[in-house]
Design a protein around this ligand. Structure first.
Ligand SMILES: [Zn+2]
Length: 490
């Protein structure tokens, strides 16, 4: 049976009457084409002989051709084409822990609409869904590859219904409209589970609702797929092979630190090592790894959990974030006593981790003894290879490249094409600064030498600064100058 996508079809009344919505939802069949002699029908379950038989009886004088279609897509279609009614009663009574997005609910259009919004966001690999009440409409935006995109605007009259439904899904109080609320929910689409973190704050025209998407079953990226240049990649790979020490990732929220940490862990011989991660939340599942979720409600903080985890005889521990002195001390002590510790810190560049750890009260000689490397990273969008064009660099750009030791007379620009949904970009890549700790650096740290000196030594030893790394990717045609300006230079 040939598989099709509903997006390729026009659904108007031209080919005759469509089946009832109830039938489409319940039986998983939709008419996609009808001529005087033939009917084309897309069905979600090719093995449903009863359905085929019923349809053949119904269209008894015509030839029927069946096509395959995914349940999720049909649910999206139903949701997107449902007429919106401002008042819905009886919607959202689920008591289940998991909400199946691809189940079509009868008599509750808002449920189908929200399901459709979520399914589409997941399909486009969005990180967040923004549902914002404005003066006369509700804007639905997705953040894809770090950039917000307006997907649709819906009539303001349903804004309350949508917000009520989401609050019920996330176990929040639907009557509360004046105070911010946070919650979470787990949904399923086509057998995979997705966690959504919900944040609602009141704004002038209603509410701003943000759903962060954690697709725990999304494909785990390998270290080689993240976009590190070979020199950085090789160094990172060699440090993670060591039996103990501290490896730190830095960068702002949304810079892909967790993805890199997960890739580092997945590169280890998982079956030979006891690996435990402490995360808030567990964003993605790694086969063979024990992943613990932090729970503030029952008072399990990073340091509290780390103390417990150390009793489990682990080889490798990933601590989602070092936020306080207690966690920092415990992480360093664990690294000293034969564990490989991976974590993140909030600093702008890689070498600042030294100062940050010192400010948390750690002695420089301890930092020198455990720190193996720190990686500062950002994410930039990759320029679309199908529509990128080489242009000669302006004098200003050339001198910018030169200033940072990057040679190149050309850069790339993209205008957008069907391959990149007319954005000019496709996928993202890492911009990195890898601070490699060798014997000399250990001494410099232990002797409390100024950071400036350590930076100078590292650059001489071949470290590529985050700016240089970014500009190199511009010269290599991997990203655009605009992207780099947005994420790195300013
Ligand atoms: Zn393109």
């Amino acid at each position: 049976m040939e598989r099709i996508s509903l997006k390729d079809f026009q659904f108007d009344s031209a080919f005759g009457e469509q089946y009832s919505r109830e039938f489409i939802g319940r039986r998983g069949a939709i008419k996609i084409r009808e001529t005087p002699n033939e009917v084309h029908i897309a069905i979600t379950d090719g093995k449903d002989d009863k359905l085929r038989h019923d349809l053949e009886n119904y269209h008894n004088h015509k030839k029927i051709v069946f096509f395959g279609i995914s349940k999720a897509e049909l649910a999206t279609f139903i949701g997107e084409t449902t007429a919106i009614a401002p008042v819905v009663t009886g919607a959202a009574q689920e008591k289940d822990r998991f909400i199946a997005l691809d189940a079509i609910t009868e008599g509750a259009p808002v449920v189908n609409i929200i399901n459709a919004i979520c399914i589409e966001a997941i399909r486009l690999e969005s990180s967040d869904i923004h549902i914002e009440a404005h003066a006369d409409s509700v804007h639905i935006r997705y953040r894809i590859d770090g950039v917000l995109r307006t997907i649709k605007k819906i009539d303001k009259s349903v804004s309350l219904t949508i917000s009520n439904r989401i609050k019920i899904m996330a176990n929040l109080n639907p009557l509360e409209q004046r105070l911010p609320q946070d919650g979470r929910m787990s949904v399923t689409v086509e057998n995979s589970t997705i966690d959504l973190r919900v944040s609602i704050i009141p704004v002038a025209n209603g509410e701003s609702i943000v759903l962060r998407i954690f697709n725990t079953s999304a494909k785990l990226l390998s270290l080689d797929e993240l976009g590190f240049y070979p020199q950085d990649l090789n160094y990172i790979k060699s440090t993670v092979q060591q039996p103990f020490g501290l490896i730190l990732l830095t960068g702002p929220t949304g810079s892909g630190k967790t993805t890199t940490l997960h890739a580092l862990i997945a590169s280890l011989p998982v079956s030979e090592l006891k690996i435990i991660t402490i995360e808030d939340p567990v964003e993605q599942l790694i086969r063979g790894v024990n992943q613990v979720q932090i729970n503030d409600e029952i008072n399990l903080s990073f340091d509290g959990m780390l103390r417990r985890v150390l009793r489990q005889d682990p080889n490798v521990i990933m601590v989602g974030e070092i936020r306080d002195t207690a966690t920092a001390e415990l992480a360093v002590r664990s690294a000293l006593t034969g564990h490989l510790i991976l974590s993140t810190l909030h600093t702008n560049d890689s070498i600042s981790v030294i100062t940050r750890l010192e400010n948390m009260g750690l002695e420089p000689y301890l930092i020198a003894a455990v720190l193996r490397c720190s990686v500062a990273q950002r994410l930039v969008r990759k320029i679309c290879p199908s529509c990128r064009k080489k242009v000669s660099a302006t004098k200003k750009v050339k001198s910018l490249l030169e200033k940072h030791g990057v040679s190149g007379n050309t850069v790339y620009e993209s205008s957008g094409c069907s391959d990149c949904e007319h954005t000019g970009y496709k996928g993202r890549t890492v911009i990195s600064e890898v601070f490699m700790v060798d014997k000399n650096i250990e001494e410099l740290i232990a002797e409390r030498r100024p950071v400036k000196e350590i930076v100078k030594y590292s650059l001489n030893a071949g470290m590529s600064s985050i700016t240089k790394n970014a500009l190199q990717k511009v010269a290599d045609g991997i990203t655009s100058l605009r992207e780099v300006e947005r994420e790195v230079l300013f």
